[in-house]
Design a protein around this ligand. Structure first.
Ligand code: ADP
Length: 383
């Protein structure tokens, strides 16, 4: 495969750098890896520049000619309300991403460090692909929180949504798999990984999503609570003497499955529940209840559902969870065929019975491929 058509996809966090060289046209992965503990005590990778050195070494070992790369595609978590499409990185774009740091203090600084390091290391176009972009289409009714206008506007408080690259990829892959035009059906996508999110997609356009101002809102996740009464903050502050930062850390890092069952790995929750662990059983009940809640709500928001698609680690690999979620949703037209649901596969597949009012799919996500494709499409320009 000619390396000149390959794109280096980077997902940079504050202390990690995930990379993959992928050919967008064929989905071939030429090499991939993960640099961890960047800048941490005792690490031999002091900063993102050094991490990029590890990347270039691995590319050389894999026989990928870095001068022949077509572009570097960067996953940027927060693009704010305005970045609805991928963009070529220049100084103005970097300033815009920096301006969004207050909205994504844990994520955008890492992305910026990755972009700066990649600009120095690779003399090819750099493309930023935003995790929020797919959800800039949300109607105001869905994106607006019912709080005072001056606060919303001054501090940019609204629902942004995240995991958009995955929701976009999976919803389009579902249309391709079904051989149906994207604009001809309504779909709910359930991205269930460590982070979890749901989206409602009408004719290919996102009209609702479960994550909000931050990725904390919505479904029960590995370590995040998802939806709670916002008064939990003031209540725990006054009743338990906890500071805002402590409550924030608790809700993001020690809640969700971890808070309920003591572990955040879904496989472990399942095996503990199977063994009769009551906390794990409750964790599953809460996780499933929240999922049904969103599937029902989004069916209503869409005015009826044609396709429900499961994706990511849990969604792709846990038939027992898929069956449980749909168990009570028969009157919404949702059900699974047990044989199809349980058949092991890594491909897109239908798991509902023939003739179901709603087609239920499992579609593996591939965010790196989506970023590479979006970068390539931007460079190719309008056709
Ligand atoms: P991330 O959000 O980090 O990309 P993934 O999409 O890889 O996460 O999903 C990780 C989750 O998927 C973990 O909770 C893991 O336990 C779960 N998972 C992976 N394989 C299975 C499986 N075979 N059965 C149940 N859960 C699984």
């Amino acid at each position: 495969m000619a390396a000149e058509s390959a794109i280096l996809v980077l997902n940079a966090g504050s202390s990690s750098l995930k990379f993959q060289v992928v050919v967008p046209e064929t989905a071939d992965v030429l090499t991939k890896g993960l640099v961890e503990r960047i800048g941490e005590d005792g690490s031999d990778v002091p900063d993102h520049g050094a991490a990029m050195g590890v990347v270039t070494d691995q590319l050389a070992e894999a026989g990928v000619d870095r001068t022949g790369l077509r572009a570097v595609g960067h996953r940027v978590v927060h693009g704010g309300p305005d970045f609805s499409d991928p963009v070529l990185v220049d100084d103005a774009v970097i300033a815009d991403i920096r301006d969004l740091v207050p909205l994504a203090p844990l994520h955008n600084p890492g992305a910026l460090a990755g972009i700066e390091a990649a600009r120095a290391a690779f003399d090819v176009p750099q493309v930023a692909v935003f995790d929020t972009a797919f959800f800039t289409s949300l109607p105001a009714a869905a994106s607006t929180y019912a709080i005072p206008k001056d606060v919303r506007e001054r501090h940019r408080v609204r629902r942004y949504g995240f995991h958009g690259t995955s929701h976009r990829y999976v919803s389009r892959a579902a249309a391709t798999f079904l051989g149906r035009p994207l604009d001809s059906f309504s779909q709910v996508v359930l991205h269930l990984g460590n982070g979890c999110s749901a989206s409602a997609i009408a004719g290919g356009v996102a009209i609702d999503t479960s994550m909000g101002l931050t990725p904390l809102q919505g479904l029960v996740m590995g370590t995040r609570s998802g939806d709670i009464d916002p008064a939990v903050f003031s209540f725990l502050h006054s009743a338990a003497g906890l500071e805002v930062a402590e409550i924030d850390a608790m809700l993001n890092k020690r809640s969700g499955l971890k808070g309920l069952a003591g572990v955040n790995d879904f496989r472990e929750v399942l095996s503990r529940a199977d063994a009769g662990d009551e906390d794990a059983g409750l964790a599953l009940d809460v996780y499933v209840h929240r999922l049904r809640h969103y599937v029902g709500a989004y069916t209503a928001v869409l005015g009826g559902l044609d396709v429900l698609t499961f994706t990511a680690g849990v969604g792709e690999n846990a038939p027992v969870l898929r069956a449980r979620v749909l168990q009570t949703l028969g009157r919404l037209g949702l059900s699974v065929d047990p044989g199809r649901n349980e058949a092991p596969s890594r491909e897109a597949r239908v798991i509902s019975p023939d003739g179901s009012p709603v087609t239920v799919l499992v579609v593996p996500t591939n965010e790196e491929l989506e970023i590479a494709r979006q970068a390539a499409a931007l460079l190719d320009g309008p056709t």
